[in-house]
Design a protein around this ligand. Structure first.
Ligand code: PLP
Length: 397
């Protein structure tokens, strides 16, 4: 008599991590920097973080607030005094009108702002156009919010600029939003008034919301930064995101802000009140002080970045690396196509052989392949040593 088939009573283990999260690639920057962490023999032009510490005046404002016992939650939207300071700052510097009461939300960095904006506006399956190469968080955050990222390649031949004709071709009835970043991480390019005005018309005509990440607005060297939200046609369609991490050298304080139509800001606040409650009060106090007393400190740092940008650009040109002139932010994005190496190979070997850390262009999307990103958030001396290392490396290829 044949034996009855044995029934396996042990259920197969259920995956403990959701499918979507499993499918997301790790950050191409972080992955690379695992190799660098804990090593002090590396010259790093890798991380997009100012090498300045937060100016003393700003730190002191936070210390003072803590000493006064200000350690509580704030309103979900953030301290009204900070929102008022931001509203004034946006009007004075960028001619953006934002009511502090209901059109400004304090977020935990621009990172949270991007997430909130996407989750507030997207329905499942909505398409979001992302010009690329781009900041590494956009694509995964669109997916996490249930949207479908649609990549718009910005070619090197066009100076990595956003081609508005190409953008129009990608707009379909499913298009819900565009994630814009200018000045751009990683290419250092930006948009001028004419381009912004045309973009405003496209957004309005196609009823497409533009999440405009202008975190590097103060670090615009080519011309005065024109905020999309300052163009009347675009105001109803723009969620302006900015923050203190870069120009004010405040990465660790985690303060950003969103401004836009009250209806959208209120929707973003709804999510923020559940997942974050509010940004830390001491950081909000520091940010308020940065805007009211620290503008000169910020401008001095930005001037140093401008000089370094010119310096590193001419350095790359002298090495024979084609490089679009940085117009803003603190990144240069030279081409290494002529070396015949992929950007991963180039950066790994440069790190191993010359102890110089830069980020492979492929981390910022397929259009970034054949390039590396150098963050000139480092001293002139470090930039010199990095350029020397790259020179020796190139000479051996
Ligand atoms: N947006 C861009 C374009 C960035 O480059 C960065 C950081 O590198 C962020 C947002 C994140 O900024 P925050 O520190 O305010 O979260």
């Amino acid at each position: 008599m044949s034996q009855p088939e044995k029934i396996d009573l042990v259920q197969p283990a259920r995956a403990r991590v959701g499918n979507l999260i499993q499918s997301l690639p790790p950050s191409g920057i972080r992955e690379f920097f695992e190799l660098v962490i804990g090593r002090d023999d590396i010259i790093s032009l890798g991380v997009g973080e100012p090498d300045f510490v937060t100016p003393y005046r700003t730190r002191e404002a936070a210390i003072f607030s803590i000493n006064q016992g200000q350690t509580s939650y704030t309103s979900n939207a953030g301290l009204l005094s900070l929102r008022k300071a931001i509203s004034k700052y946006l009007a004075d510097r960028f001619q953006v009108e934002a009511d502090a009461e209901d059109e400004v939300l304090i977020t935990v960095g621009v990172s949270e702002g991007i997430d909130l904006a996407l989750r507030a506006i997207l329905n499942p399956g909505d398409e979001v156009i992302i010009p690329e190469p781009c900041y590494i968080a956009y694509d995964p955050l669109v997916q996490l919010a249930g949207g479908v990222p649609i990549s718009l390649a910005c070619s090197e031949e066009n100076g990595f600029l956003l081609n508005l004709d190409d953008l129009e071709k990608l707009i379909t009835p499913r298009t819900r939003a565009l994630v814009l970043n200018y000045p751009c991480n990683p290419t250092g390019t930006t948009l001028n008034r004419e381009e912004i005005e045309r973009l405003a018309q496209i957004a309005r005509a196609s009823e497409m919301i533009v999440i405009s990440d202008e975190i590097y607005a103060e670090m615009t060297f080519a011309h005065k930064h024109v905020s999309l939200a300052s163009i009347p046609e675009a105001a109803d369609w723009t969620i302006l995101l900015s923050g203190f991490s870069k120009a004010f050298a405040m990465t660790g304080w985690r303060i950003g802000y969103a401004s836009g139509p009250a209806e959208i800001i209120s929707a973003m606040k709804k999510i923020h009140q559940y997942n974050m409650l509010c940004a830390p009060i001491m950081s909000q106090r520091a940010a308020e002080s940065a805007l009211t007393e620290g503008m000169h400190d910020m401008e001095q740092m930005v001037e140093v970045f401008r000089q370094r940008g010119n310096y590193i650009h001419s350095g790359f040109e002298q090495l024979g690396l084609k490089c679009v002139k940085p117009e803003g932010a603190f990144y240069a994005f030279p081409s290494i196509k002529e070396t015949g190496l992929t950007s991963q190979q180039f950066c790994r070997r440069l790190l191993e052989e010359e102890k110089v850390a830069v980020v492979p262009g492929s981390a910022f999307g397929p259009t970034g392949e054949g390039h590396f990103r150098a963050a000139y958030a480092a001293s002139f001396e470090s930039i010199d040593r990095a350029l020397e290392g790259i020179y020796r490396f190139l000479s051996r290829l």
